[in-house]
Design a protein around this ligand. Structure first.
Ligand code: CP3
Length: 340
């Protein structure tokens, strides 16, 4: 998450001249920025993730989205009530996911060529609840009161919006595979704002639909879900969806997550193996090197020798030192060699 980004001076240099979404919309720039971390950490990163943002879907559905430096995403005309759904363009005649988001497909194809097989390329989307939260709040929020009020006050309109976002997201993921993405991730970054009951009603069904749609069309493409803060849903994600990988944040103990997922699969009589991804607290990159090494090795050991993709539990931060990230990456490799 934000493997490319402001912690890298070479990224900041490009952003001086270019607006965030201009980078997303210009295949050469998106490729350049996607490759920056791959070049800086040769042999250490096992995948690249296409430079884009989850908010390209609200844009494709007709909403204006700006990236305000130092503040994050801003949607100047948020959806405030159910009748605002009429402003969205996804149901208008002639709307096409492929046409609206063609620039992402071009960036993916261009980046696949530029990577020349060095590492696989990941595509991604935002999940419906997380995107709805931005579309209703108009940006980030401490409480998500506006978006949650929608869920409780107008559940039908909320489901209508979530269903429409899910349809666009699912088609967009398949299009990314056709453009060259070799694995996919779905970001439900605001899952933790929902109670288990509301996650079951407003998030899980759409995650399930997206996974089913993609798995039907692209059965061999690994599919990851990151539902930040949704510890309570580990078992459901493992047994009630088709995701191959569950990415967890640092508030779940890896060994406990492994046991819970395996137990849930066994009691559901499922023979499938779910991989876990995560989960170092990104703030540990601010610790001294010895602490970072020790905690990274502990994390790898806790996940176990197999079925783990090492990652941070959330995104890189602008103040992170790129050399500390190198220490993390080197330690992941040495720790996993030792485990095997
Ligand atoms: C919620 C979310 C967003 N975007 C994303 C999520 C889900 C993951 C998560 O929970 O963080 C996902 C995302 N955003 C970005 C990527 C590109 C791929 C990568 O390198 O990881 C990915 C996978 C680029 C980005 N997206 C953003 C940046 C930094 C902005 C800049 O360059 O000005 C990058 C590199 C901006 C962004 N975009 C978003 C926010 C909240 C922000 C502000 C964050 C901040 O200011 O640190 C929405």
């Amino acid at each position: 998450m934000r493997q490319a980004g402001r912690y890298l001076p070479e990224f900041r240099a490009i952003r001086v001249e270019n607006d965030f979404f201009n980078v997303c919309r210009t295949p050469e720039l998106a490729t350049e920025v996607t490759l920056q971390p791959i070049r800086r950490y040769p042999e250490l990163l096992d995948a690249a993730i296409i430079f884009s943002d989850i908010l390209v879907i609200p844009q494709a559905m007709g909403m204006q989205v700006e990236m305000v430096p130092g503040k994050g995403p801003h949607l100047p005309e948020p959806l405030r009530e159910p009748r605002d759904l009429a402003r969205l363009t996804d149901q208008r005649k002639g709307f096409s996911v492929g046409r609206e988001l063609d620039y992402v497909y071009k960036a993916i194809t261009n980046t696949r060529h530029a990577l020349a097989g060095r590492v696989p390329l990941l595509g991604f989307v935002g999940a419906p609840w997380t995107l709805m939260a931005y579309m209703v709040e108009g940006g980030g929020s401490k409480t998500f009161a506006e978006a949650k009020a929608w869920l409780f006050r107008c559940p039908q309109a909320a489901h209508e919006l979530l269903r429409r976002i899910a349809a666009v997201a699912a088609e967009f993921l398949v299009g990314q595979v056709h453009a060259g993405a070799q694995a996919l991730q779905v970001f439900e970054s605001w899952a933790g704002e929902l109670s288990p009951r509301d996650f079951a009603e407003f998030s899980l069904p759409y995650l399930r639909q997206i996974a089913a749609h993609v798995k039907q069309r692209c059965p061999d493409v690994p599919l990851t879900v990151f539902a930040k803060g949704a510890h309570y849903a580990l078992e459901q994600l493992a047994t009630e969806t088709a995701f191959d990988v569950i990415s967890i944040d640092w508030t779940i103990d890896p060994a406990a997550a492994r046991i819970r997922v395996d137990r849930a699969l066994r009691s559901a009589g499922s023979a499938r193996r779910v991989v876990l991804q995560g989960n170092l607290d990104p703030t540990l990159l601010f610790a001294d090197e010895d602490t970072l090494r020790r905690r990274t090795a502990e994390m790898c050991a806790s996940f176990g020798a197999t079925g783990h993709i090492a990652n941070l539990g959330h995104g890189m931060m602008p103040a992170h030192d790129p050399e500390r990230l190198r220490v993390f990456l080197q330690t992941v490799h040495s720790a996993s060699r030792a485990l095997r």
